[in-house]
Design a protein around this ligand. Structure first.
Ligand code: BG6
Ligand code: MG
Length: 215
């Protein structure tokens, strides 16, 4: 295959924002009177904001009206944004910058494909704006992963075919989204979670363009 573009999920691939989502959800749960654990938080990876809230409320065991839920999602997001506003480029995960430079120098196009509506703010805080040719985020898609929409829109924005793209994903639903879009996928994390990916790596530290070309 000729690789013309790399599409990156953001949360859990470029930066570990799960810890900030966790703190913000945990505070909301505490306000509602129940505990929210790190194990619970695992279930929210790659899941949209409202779907995450539904999972959290299911753990709490109470039901709420649509208006109440919208208010809760708003207040969680305000807490989350106050945390991510303090992020710095030091939080970019190891190996990312080196890998991005390698692929950019090789003429490979790059895009973000994220469920997060906060993706542009995170990219700005990490000073990564110049590394991505397109950003497709939660504001631009109507179908959540495993629907391939976010990655298909990324390919379209870059002017490449899906079959010429490789997706980097840390969530099982994201791996499925890539495969559903007829793209290759490299899972970032553990094989038992991301087994459907074409290859699974623990992170970018020992990864390179040479290894990418071998998939
Ligand atoms: C995904 C995260 O990238 O974005 C999820 O993995 C998160 O945990 C989702 O819920 C939506 O993010 P946001 O920033 O729009 O609330
Ligand atoms: Mg992710």
């Amino acid at each position: 295959m000729e690789i013309k573009a790399c599409l990156f999920d953001l949360d859990g691939v470029i930066v570990d924002t799960a810890k900030y989502h966790f703190l913000a959800w945990k505070e909301l749960a505490a306000d509602l009177g129940f505990d929210f654990t790190e194990e619970h938080n695992e279930r929210l990876k790659g899941v949209s904001r409202m779907a995450s809230l539904d999972i959290l409320l299911e753990i709490g065991g109470e039901t709420y009206t649509k208006e109440e839920k919208e208010e809760m999602a708003k207040s969680k997001n305000e807490r989350y944004v106050s945390l991510i506003q303090k992020m710095t480029p030091d939080e970019i995960l190891p190996g990312i910058i080196h890998f991005m430079n390698e692929i950019k120098n090789a003429g490979i196009k790059t895009a973000i494909g994220s469920a997060s509506k906060n993706a542009p703010l995170i990219i700005e805080r990490l000073k990564l704006e110049t590394y991505f040719d397109a950003i497709i985020d939660g504001n631009k898609v109507s179908n959540a992963k495993p629907d391939p929409e976010v990655f298909l829109k990324g390919a379209e924005a870059l002017g490449v075919q899906p079959s010429e793209c490789v997706v980097f994903e840390d969530a099982a639903a994201g791996v499925e989204a890539a495969l559903n879009g007829n793209m290759k996928c490299i899972g970032i994390g553990e094989k038992h979670v991301l087994g459907k990916a074409d290859k699974v790596i623990p992170g970018f530290e020992n990864f390179s363009l040479g290894k990418l070309l071998m998939i």
